[in-house]
Design a protein around this ligand. Structure first.
Ligand SMILES: Nc1ncnc2c1ncn2[C@@H]1O[C@H](COP(=O)(O)OP(=O)(O)OP(=O)(O)O)[C@@H](O)[C@H]1O
Ligand SMILES: [Mg+2]
Length: 360
């Protein structure tokens, strides 16, 4: 794959929340990329970490660990893995010292330790500098699940849609008005809507206001967090079509978050499946539907009804239970590439089985 095609890349991204004395691993070591102009669907059941992943990508949360790159430039990262590497190096140094038999050995151990410490503290300083910098947020925009909660009821549509432009430094009233009207038209609203307040609109129209607020910034990536799940079924297709038109027109990429696969099936170029903070499978959309490998993906697929009586008669709901589906007591699973561009979380034995399935 050509690296120039990649707009966003997340590497070993983790976001942990404090939960009493413990930590909740909402996003736990996920790696993925989004190519320029493509729709990347992120699916998984409630609470698996989809929103947290999206909010971390856009900078509403700081990563606990891992890195996020936009156009190959580091835009956010966490320090945890570097701190752990330093701690681990110190332990190894102490253990090594206790067992060392010569000065040469001790010198060698000290060199290794100081190398690791220097390297990681440099990385930490870099990350801290990065998180103090004001981030240019216009290149990535977000559309929220709940169009009521995400629009300030005291602001007019004009103020809501223009806000990002003003934050970015646009002062010319004429320019702002023109851009607002143009953008309202793009999302299927009228110029006279600009003076009204969000409560005067229907759910679908409010979501259009949310979309206008995002696209006026001409972002390269939109994070659409279940943008249609709060809408009437009759309106859902309209909003999907609108997003599709806009992304073609402006060549934007979309990270489209949804609960189930049926919503993202036709809309996504590639799909990532999350389960309890982990990304268990990513593949091009049609490939994922043709050759689902991870048992959780298979269970999600088995939940989709199709308007085909023969298929429906044969369809059996598969329930995923990680305790019986895998034996990870000997080997820890990692994300492995089973076919070109098709990644699945598995151990070596599963990987070999998946490879055989793919080659059949
Ligand atoms: N700000 C926060 N503070 C503490 N815990 C959080 C926070 N945000 C999310 N969580 C927890 O992190 C986990 C993942 O939540 P998240 O909202 O990312 O899931 P989701 O996949 O978007 O779910 P849904 O489909 O219901 O929107 C959940 O257990 C949630 O309770
Ligand atoms: Mg969510």
């Amino acid at each position: 794959m050509d690296n120039d095609d990649i707009l966003l890349r997340a590497e070993h991204l983790c976001k942990y929340f404090k939960s009493g004395k413990n930590e909740l691993h909402a996003v736990d070591d996920i790696s993925f990329y989004i190519k320029r102009g493509e729709v990347f669907g992120l699916v998984g059941e409630s609470g698996c970490g989809k929103t947290t992943a999206g909010r971390t990508v856009i900078g509403l949360y700081e990563p606990t660990s891992g890195e996020i790159y936009l156009d190959g430039v580091l835009i956010a990262a966490g320090t945890r893995s570097h701190r752990e590497a330093m701690k681990h190096a110190r332990i190894q140094y102490r253990e090594g010292l206790a067992a060392a038999k010569s000065d040469a050995e001790r010198r060698k151990l000290k060199e290794t330790l100081s190398g690791t410490l220097t390297e990681n503290s440099k990385a930490i300083r870099n990350i801290e500098r990065l998180s103090r910098q004001k981030r240019d947020t216009s290149r990535i925009q977000m559309i929220f699940q709940d169009p009521v909660a995400s629009l300030d009821p005291r602001m007019t549509v004009r103020e809501i849609v223009a806000e990002g432009l003003i934050i970015k430094g646009e002062r010319d009233r004429k320019v702002i008005d023109r851009r607002v009207y143009e953008t309202l038209e793009l999302v299927g609203l009228l110029p006279e809507h600009a003076a009204r307040y969000p409560h005067e609109f229907s759910g679908g129209q409010r979501q259009r206001i949310g979309i206008a607020r995002a696209i006026i910034m001409e972002p390269e990536l939109i994070i659409a967090d279940e943008p249609i799940s709060a809408l009437d079924v009759s309106i859902q297709a309209q909003v999907i079509n609108l997003l599709n038109d806009l992304r073609r027109r402006f060549k934007m990429a979309i990270m489209f978050i949804a609960h189930d696969l049926s919503v993202v099936k036709y809309f996504s170029d590639r799909i990532g499946v999350m389960y309890f903070g982990k990304l268990v499978e990513t593949a091009p959309s049609d490939e994922l539907f043709r050759n689902p490998l991870h048992p959780y993906t298979r269970s999600l697929l088995s939940a989709i009804p199709l308007p085909d009586p023969i298929y429906e008669k044969k369809r059996r709901r598969v329930i995923y239970d990680p305790r019986t589906a895998h034996d990870y007591s000997k080997d820890t699973p990692t994300l492995r590439e089973a076919a070109e561009g098709h990644f699945v979380m598995c151990d070596l034995a599963e990987y070999e089985r998946y490879r055989r399935i793919m080659n059949e």
